[in-house]
Write a protein that binds this ligand. Structure first.
Ligand code: MN
Length: 223
């Protein structure tokens, strides 16, 4: 019989190297001497439930980055028009590279000319879980993940469905709200709630570097 400690010791290095491997694309795309984005080396605190963040990102084109914590990284999608509470609005969600968990505390401005140059706001955050007893990684590899979020702005059930791939290198998905009482038919106002969940700041204040910084959610040294 293997002790829990021995089992953890056997698994820990492997899990870390798996997360590191998943983040190699994230790191290759960025020059950390030029951008203040996290390099993925900061410690994050453990949590009882997986976390999610949505970052409003005024890059070349405005979009909202949905990030779901799965197996030590943030699986990430750029939702071009942002999430909608109307189940009839199927929102395009372009799969992007895995992000490190400490990215979930990032709010600020990526310098122009750098990858993703533009201002980033922590628009929403909270906890999530797959619906039922689904394994998130398996559901994602199958191309359909039903999940529930408990955020400040987003709540209730959603589904991510992968579209059949047409020669592109990126995987395109649709993000759709379930009908569960948290939907709002014909009401696009959720995006009007345009203050940071972590600092209360507007995009303009963040861009100008004004106001207080974001209250951490992921960082291990957070209160
Ligand atoms: Mn982005």
């Amino acid at each position: 019989m293997i002790s829990v400690a021995a089992e953890q010791a056997a698994w820990a290095p492997r899990c870390m190297s798996m997360a590191a491997r998943k983040l190699s694309l994230y790191q290759a795309k960025r020059d950390f001497t030029k951008t203040a984005e996290p390099s993925g080396r900061a410690r994050v605190k453990p949590a009882q439930y997986p976390r999610f963040v949505v970052q409003k990102h005024a890059a070349r084109r405005l979009h909202y980055d949905l990030r779901l914590e799965v197996d030590g990284v943030f699986k990430s999608w750029a939702v071009t028009k942002g999430p909608s509470l109307d189940p009839r609005d199927k929102r395009l969600a372009v799969e992007v590279e895995d992000h490190p968990l400490d990215y979930g505390d990032f709010e600020g401005t990526i310098p122009e000319g750098e990858y993703g140059g533009g201002t980033v706001m922590l628009w929403d955050r909270g906890f999530w879980r797959p619906e039922g007893s689904t394994n998130a990684a398996q559901a994602l590899s199958r191309g359909e993940l039903k999940f529930v979020v408990a955020g400040d702005k987003l709540k209730g059930g959603w589904v991510l469905v992968r579209l059949r791939q047409d020669r592109g290198k990126r995987h395109n998905w649709l993000l759709i709200k379930h009908r569960d009482g948290f939907e709002r038919e014909g009401d696009g106002s959720v995006l009007d709630a345009d203050r940071s969940v972590a600092s209360g700041r507007s995009m303009q204040q963040i861009a100008q570097g004004k106001g207080r910084g974001p209250k951490p959610f992921m960082a291990a040294d957070a209160a």
